[in-house]
Design a binder for this molecule. Sequence first.
Ligand SMILES: [Zn+2]
Ligand SMILES: [Zn+2]
Length: 349
Amino acid sequence: MTSLTAIPAYAAPAPKAPLERTTIARRTVGAHDILIEIKFAGICHSDIHQAREGWGKGIFPMVPGHEIAGVVTETGSAVTRYAVGDRVGVGCFVDSCRECEYCEQGLEQYCVQGTVATYNGREKNGEPTYGGYSTHLVVDEKYALRIPEGIALDEAAPLLCAGITTYSPLRHWNAGPGKRVAVVGLGGLGHMAVKLAAAMGAEVTVLSQSLRKKDDGLRLGATHYHATSDEATFKELRGSFDLIICTVGAPLPLDSYLSLLRVDGAFVNVGAPEEPNSLNMFSLIAGRKTLAGSSIGGIPETQEMLDFCTEHHLGADIEVIRADQINEAYERVLASDVRYRFVIDTATI
Ligand SMILES: [Zn+2]
Ligand SMILES: [Zn+2]
């Protein structure tokens, strides 16, 4: 039996402080819980936003990590879905109210009472939650996902946030054959959006600040690649796209981007700038356009995404790091110097 009172972890002791090795306690394995030995944890840009309080006040010490892949090592007495040895993942939330209309539809990410975030959140009993930068996690089996054989666990970890965050809007807005999809920004989210949209059969264009990553974009599945720093791009591509998935976390000139949509097209934000943005309503009215947002995905859709990725042999493009490289990795993420996701080998914690 694993001791749950002193689990090795990496935590930020205070806002903006470097992460350091520590130990945390997890709850004992309840009847509906599974104990997961974490193998890999992805580094999401939002880990940095939260550890540095870019999105508001955080709970410290903070153990980030919501792109978690591992193996079940213990099951509670009432667990039915998983057995010891199963490969599982955990994404951005570990609980929700379970009874509102959205929870009932499997849209737990939009739970009216809010989800219990995997880290920097509080369980229903008020205990703080700790994320994947650790060796073990206890979670209710309902909030775990099955990682099929056929995806390596390290390449699967980022699918639990970056994968589902892009898969969900691509599905909701019907990316597929005959649809022209643009992906704004080729980072952790963007590179998954390109792979997924291409696998769904859409014609994919990358809109990036420069042409620096053009070869990567085409290799990942894009047919076209344009620099948004070039004014000619907006003239050339006017009225081109059915769907634009914006993965950029900085405010963009929305009117210019909306002009790239066809009639009935949608511009969907999955990146979350810290500052508000504005637009001219005529950019929407002319062409019956939609400006939307989308947040991760529910448990059923996250499972569907993992199965889709297995079927299409898709994982994230990753760089595996040791735990003592986390702080350096954060700086590199902020400098967009990662192709395309850092994944922590949790055996090094
Ligand atoms: Zn994330
Ligand atoms: Zn709910």
